[in-house]
Design a protein around this ligand. Structure first.
Ligand code: HSE
Length: 432
């Protein structure tokens, strides 16, 4: 069979890694794909010192690659929304298949891009967009196709997991760990995307669409970052038998679909609670299969290139087939009328940390506020004031309750004369 000709746009961490994997594993890849896969052109403004591109033609104009008549597959690894979108649309208009690692692009512009690709009879592949080297897109679209997916929960930002792990294990500062993640090439160009949960929200949006067959709705994803997590909350969580992880969670309920990214207490004996450092993990619960867990590197040159190259191999196997014989982009007949629930309508359990004056009756007032709203307390710790302080800490774990009711209770607790400052609230999930 004639070789598949690939154009790589962007030669940063992932672009360089993709070139290196395609060349160093060429023999094996050819055996798997049944044909050679050749990098015919690279579009990049700067060389990558970790990647020797040899005689491969390089152009500074990525659009030249998208229009190159010799190229079958355009690999978009430049990131961002605007130029990446234009590049992908140009490649599609020129009849190219596209492989991308760009979660922001798929989460925000995926509907438009997939529609254009369907019109042209080409495929847009995006395995590397979610959880780096973990083949979670393939698992959800194909491996779990028999199931109604009940829920999924994932550690889908390596930088955030790395930061939380280092803070917990080594007592390191937030900023210091973030800088290391940037140096290692894990963090986004704008690292607030990592720590404020935007990157995870992009990925959760994609996972949820293929899990439930709903349109991509990034704008409806509730997003809360980890920048306000303190060491004391990490310690109290541990005392209660929990770990704090930054999770993307979605759940199919009778009322609609939860779609939320936020710090979450999870029981320390769940396997996902032990996934540390830059690793990612996704738990998926299907009604036939039960719980499944996928763990691996979620960022970095090799792991992300592994997913990019797997997509190229998939295309090499199927690109000559009729478009209807390939797995369609979201692998579902999409249902438009399923509601994504606003966060106020979501039901979950809570960890609350309340700072209060050390006087009699405070605990009773807090307990009354919760009881009046039918919020059931599961565990409670009171810490006497530390030396030189006069505030006691009350830590409460609740049973599940609708968020709107909890918001109302928190306002009432913060309004008590004997409490001080804001209540810290972290959502709790049992993942079972
Ligand atoms: N910034 C992302 C992360 C890279 O830390 O997980 C992979 O998407």
């Amino acid at each position: 069979m004639k070789p598949v000709k690939v154009g790589i746009c962007g030669l940063g961490t992932v672009g360089g890694g993709t070139f290196n994997v395609l060349t160093s594993n060429a023999q094996n890849i050819t055996r798997r794909a049944g044909r050679d896969i050749i990098v015919a052109q690279i579009g990049a403004r700067r060389p990558n010192p970790n990647c020797d591109t040899g005689d491969t033609p390089v152009t500074a104009d990525v659009f030249e690659v998208a229009k190159n008549p010799d190229i079958d597959v355009v690999v978009e690894l430049i990131g961002g929304y605007d130029i990446a979108r234009e590049l992908v649309m140009t490649a599609i208009e020129h009849g190219k298949h596209v492989v991308t690692a760009n979660k922001a692009l798929i989460a925000v512009h995926g509907e438009e891009i997939f529609a254009a690709a369907d019109r042209q009879g080409v495929s847009v592949m995006y395995e590397a967009a979610v959880a780096g080297g973990i083949p979670i897109i393939k698992a959800l679209r194909e491996g779990l196709a028999a199931n109604r997916i009940n829920w999924l929960a994932g550690i889908i930002n390596g930088t955030g997991n790395f930061i939380l792990t280092e803070m917990r294990d080594k007592g390191r500062d937030f900023a210091d760990v973030l800088q290391e993640a940037q140096q290692l090439g894990y963090a986004e160009a704008d690292p607030t995307f990592d720590v404020e949960g935007i990157d995870a929200a992009h990925k959760l949006t994609i996972l949820s669409s293929i899990a439930y067959g709903i349109p991509l709705q990034f704008e409806r994803c509730y997003t809360e970052g980890i920048s306000k997590i303190t060491r004391v909350d990490v310690e109290y969580a541990e005392e209660l038998g929990y770990r704090i992880k930054h999770l993307g969670i979605s759940r199919q309920t009778a009322e609609g679909i939860d779609l939320r990214v936020h710090p979450t207490l999870i029981p320390e004996d769940r396997p996902i609670a032990k996934v540390d450092g830059v690793l990612n993990a996704v738990m998926v619960n299907g009604n036939a299969v039960g719980d499944t867990l996928y763990v691996g590197a979620g960022a970095g040159a090799g792991p992300t290139a592994s997913a990019v190259v797997a997509d190229i191999v998939d295309l090499a196997r199927t690109m000559e087939a009729d478009a209807t014989a390939r797995v369609n982009h979201l692998a579902y007949n999409i249902i438009e009328d399923v509601q994504v629930l606003p966060i106020e309508a979501v039901e979950t359990a809570y960890y609350l940390r309340i700072q209060a004056q050390d006087r009699s009756g405070v605990m009773a007032k807090v307990a009354t506020i919760l009881a009046d709203r039918d919020i059931n307390i599961e565990a409670l710790i009171q810490k006497e004031p530390e030396q030189d302080e006069d505030l006691a800490q009350i830590i409460i774990l609740t049973h599940r309750i609708v968020e709107k009711t909890m918001n109302d209770a928190i306002v009432a607790i913060e309004g008590l004369d004997s409490t001080v400052g804001k209540v810290t609230r972290i959502r709790v999930e049992q993942l079972s």
